[in-house]
Design a protein around this ligand. Structure first.
Ligand code: AGP
Length: 608
């Protein structure tokens, strides 16, 4: 989604801004722009396409100065084009602004402003806000922004500069993240700490309806209705080196290979093998409160929704608590039934997904205790929940989520263990689960050693146009996730189904051109899955099976077998998803796709 970087300080702003934009490229975008303010006014350059285009244009023109704002745009209103790219200005050119989010009442505002003879040059909703700020600007930028925002409905994260004053920059947010990096005599304002971490680790996460005024060496934060705020300064807990590919061709591959470590990080200090349980202190709930829970609702989107679905299987099976898994985008507009014994978890890698955030707010509004399972420290979901569990997976740069998924599964396994031990599983059963979880990082490493073999299978199938993914029980969510990975990065049409559901319709699709990836693990549904494979074979389909080591029988039924180590059924998705991630990756690579930034996708979906 759109990215914002702003700089004000004592150095040249341009290199910080352009590097900052590069660090935000992973979020997905279609155009980029930059505005520099100096004593000679405001200079703007922007273009459709990559940050490198912008770099080329700006290298031949003067971009010096110590104050500037920059933006990567992901089109919502108006096609990707030069005129729609940010920064936007008011008609008089008094201010320049970059905006993330959506101005919902932009049509009525635009009509009103047009009657005042203000000329619009773009098709965007954002330009309306720039015009409004310009209209109110009279030497006090913060007041103009405040006044303009009081007329706005919708969401925004903005950075604004005034053409006549390089000594000030204003930022404000509602619904779109903004972080301020505090350096020595300088500030970096950004929508994501990836654009800041190379310069400083000291940050302030702005809250909704906060406005910040930045001057060289000084800042003040207040609410939109002008109440002063004393902010908390946080420290970024990861190293900028994670923003490099570290020898891998793509961030996605690097992140797949990081999983032995990221899964371990999610467990560290939390998994207690001796008691066969887990400590999740961040939940901020006392044991008594956890015991009273009689229903859990997970709200999430995309891959995080798949993790939630796996969590439902685990918690109902092991802890005996009824679980509902909701698409956040649906939940937010329903009238869900929630009582004080319902625990709602918002699961999100980014912690900024607009639908998930709105769903958790709706649940909180109805009186539920809302907890977060997030990766991004300081994200809005993390901050707005009553408590929660961080994944500690480090920044995930590849748009297709991989390591966050396995970390989410790890956290959900520990939650299951904790709730299960309080209710119905014995010390011995708890220890079996804890010991099996402890083995997962080593087992993932073993699967990763088959990368070459999986690449060979990918080579055989990469030209196919459709795939079906099948799984049952604990591995139905894995089938959904495998199909999502393939479609996201290779643009191949792929569908995930519960294997037995195939005969109710999708079986019509099976022919010699249809590869079927089947999760056929040695668990309680193994024999049933073999029957489903037979049904595919009978219709000429091609079967790529994910099976457990030592299962020779499966070779009689499948065209290709990828073996994974055996674990307990509840944890099997943590292993079975790894070959699916690699398969999708290699198929996309053979097709020459832009793996880390697939077309049309954004890493963090901060609009509805
Ligand atoms: C997964 O590969 C995605 N790109 C996407 O489905 C993602 O999981 C979804 O948008 C939710 O994001 P979140 O976890 O950051 O909330």
């Amino acid at each position: 989604m759109c990215g914002i970087v702003g700089y004000i300080g004592s150095r040249e702003a341009y290199p910080v801004l352009i590097e900052g934009l590069s660090a935000l490229e992973y979020r997905g975008y279609d155009s980029a722009g930059i505005a520099m303010v100096g004593t000679d006014g405001c200079r703007i350059n922007k273009d459709k396409g990559k940050v490198d285009n912008l770099r080329k244009i700006t290298s031949s023109c003067c971009m010096s100065g110590s104050t500037g704002i920059a933006h990567t745009r992901w089109a919502t209103h108006g096609v990707p084009s030069l005129i729609n790219a940010h920064p936007h200005t008011d008609s008089a050119g008094k201010i320049a602004m970059v905006h993330n989010g959506i101005i919902e009442n932009y049509t009525s505002l635009k009509q009103k402003l047009a009657k005042e003879s203000l000329e619009f040059t773009s098709d965007t909703d954002s330009e309306v806000l720039a015009q409004l700020i310009g209209k109110y600007y009279n030497g006090d930028l913060a007041s103009a922004v405040r006044k303009a925002l009081s007329e706005i409905e919708g969401t925004f994260g903005i950075a604004v500069v005034a053409a006549d004053n390089p000594q000030v920059m204003v930022g404000a947010r509602r619904g779109s993240p903004l972080v301020v990096g505090i350096g020595d005599d300088e500030f970096i304002l950004a929508s994501d700490s990836c654009a800041i971490v190379r310069h400083t680790k000291k940050v302030i996460y702005l809250k909704d309806n906060n406005i910040i005024e930045l001057k060289p060496g000084d800042f003040s934060i207040s609410t939109l209705d002008n109440r002063k705020i004393s902010p908390r300064i946080h420290s970024i807990d990861w190293d900028p080196s994670v923003l490099a590919k570290g020898g891998f061709d793509h961030f996605m591959l690097k992140e797949i290979f990081e999983q032995p470590e990221t899964v371990l990080n999610a467990m560290r200090g939390r998994l207690i093998q001796e008691t066969g349980s887990a400590r999740l202190d961040g939940l901020n709930l006392v044991l008594q409160e956890l015991r009273q829970i009689d229903r859990i609702i997970f709200v999430a989107c995309g891959t995080s929704w798949h993790a939630a679905l796996a969590g439902e299987y685990m918690i109902e099976d092991i802890a005996g608590i009824p679980v509902e898994v909701e698409y956040a985008s649906e939940f937010r507009y329903r009238n869900p039934i929630i009582d004080s014994n319902t625990l709602v978890f918002a699961i999100s890698q980014s912690g900024e997904t607009a639908d998930t955030l709105a769903a958790m707010r709706e649940a909180a509004h109805k009186g539920a205790t809302v907890l977060g399972i997030c990766n991004t420290v300081g994200s809005t979901i993390a901050r707005e929940s009553h408590g929660g569990v961080y994944l500690h997976a480090g920044p995930e740069i590849g748009v297709a989520s991989t390591k966050a998924f396995t970390s989410q599964l790890t956290v959900l396994s520990m939650l299951t263990l904790l709730l299960g031990r309080m209710r119905r599983i014995s010390h011995a059963e708890g220890t079996t689960i804890a010991n099996a979880l402890d083995q997962i990082p080593k087992q993932i490493k073993k699967i990763l050693r088959q990368n070459k073999n999986i690449q060979e299978i990918a080579q055989i199938y990469h030209h196919h146009s459709n795939f079906i993914y099948l799984g049952r029980s604990y591995n139905f969510p894995t089938a959904l996730e495998g199909a999502l990975k393939l479609k996201e990065i290779s643009y191949i049409h792929a569908e995930g189904y519960p294997a037995a559901e195939m005969k109710h319709g999708p079986i019509a699709l099976i022919d010699t051109d249809m590869p079927c990836v089947v999760l056929a693990l040695k668990d309680s549904v193994y024999d049933k899955i073999i029957s489903n494979i037979q049904e595919i074979n009978a219709r000429g389909g091609k079967v790529i099976a994910i099976a457990n080591e030592g299962d020779k029988e499966i070779e009689n039924f499948a065209h290709h077998v990828i073996y994974i180590p055996k674990t307990i059924p509840m944890l099997s998705p943590l292993l079975s998803v790894i070959p699916l991630q690699l398969l999708a990756y290699h198929i996309a690579a053979f097709r020459g796709c832009e793996i880390d930034q697939p077309r049309n996708l954004a890493k963090s979906v901060t609009v509805e």
